[in-house]
Ligand binder design. Structure first.
Ligand code: SF4
Length: 269
């Protein structure tokens, strides 16, 4: 078992090309959809939603479970946007909205157009993002296209981030996304997957310094299953009790911190 140590990026992970370039399939006015769940009760707390998965990501987190989405190799089924619209129409009055996940959705310049399309069918929108493109988040917020956002915080915002993200990235951009989200009036959460190979109690306390007073901070259990870096499949997760101890320590700085699945009290967060 591998626990409590930081692992260097592995060669097999690095073989997947990493690009921060924002690009769409030119023949479509909307981003490609490579995964679709008709309804989910767990990806937008308190809501019934459908969920779409957009391909490509500019990070290579070793514990990622979406390795099939990190590049758009053409091997995955292409789901027409009409399938999502049909789902929204069939479940009108019952479904609350669409969760847009990935991959990293903000890499697609036509993301806003897709959100407008879903909005025109009465859907609320939740965005999952790694926060590396604050200019996109700012634009979507200013257009009123996001009702809720989940932003990943891989670890503390220093060189530790590059190990947990599996590549270098612009930490100032991530800080800017945090500022934008915390200054907004939409529903939001920051979340950290607590992989023992990359995250210790001390790391979590450092992350907390970056989001003082955040309305919601979630610690997610790491699952050693089908990870991007196969070495992560050998890492023993922290026990739930340990995660709760971590959350309690973090609450000194971010009182909203809980472990995913634990009750947050009467207010829900
Ligand atoms: S965990 Fe998220 S941000 Fe990290 S590589 Fe996977 S899809 Fe990208």
């Amino acid at each position: 078992m591998v626990t409590g140590r930081r692992l260097a990026p592995r060669a097999d992970r690095e073989r997947l090309p990493v690009s921060d370039e924002r690009s769409d399939v030119v023949s479509s006015p909307y981003p490609p959809i490579r995964g679709f769940i008709e309804n989910t009760l767990i990806d937008w707390e308190g809501k019934i939603a459908c969920e779409v998965f957009l391909p490509t990501c500019n990070l290579r987190c070793p514990f990622c479970h979406a390795g099939h989405l990190l590049t758009d190799s053409g091997e995955l089924e292409s789901i027409p946007v009409e399938a999502v619209l049909d789902c929204l129409e069939r479940h009108k009055g019952w479904i609350d909205g669409v969760v847009i996940s990935g991959g990293e959705p903000t890499l697609h310049p036509s993301l806003g157009a897709m959100m407008e399309l879903f909005r025109s069918h009465g859907a609320g929108i939740k965005l999952d993002s790694n926060g590396t493109h604050p200019e996109v988040i700012e634009d979507l917020l200013s257009r009123g296209l996001i009702d809720a956002i989940s932003m990943d915080l891989k670890t503390a915002l220093d060189e530790r981030y590059f190990a947990a993200a599996g590549t270098t990235c612009d930490l100032d951009a991530i800080r800017r996304s945090i500022q934008l989200i915390m200054a907004s009036d939409i529903e939001y959460e920051f979340r950290t997957t607590v992989c023992p190979a990359y995250i210790t109690r001390a790391d979590l306390l450092d992350i907390a310094q970056a989001i003082p007073g955040a309305r919601k901070y979630i610690l997610q259990q790491f699952r050693p299953d089908d990870c991007l870096d196969p070495a992560m499949n050998e890492v023993k997760p922290y026990s739930r009790e340990t995660l709760r101890e971590f959350a309690e320590a973090v609450r000194e700085h971010v009182p909203s911190c809980i472990v995913r699945g634990d009750w947050a009290g009467p207010s829900g967060s």
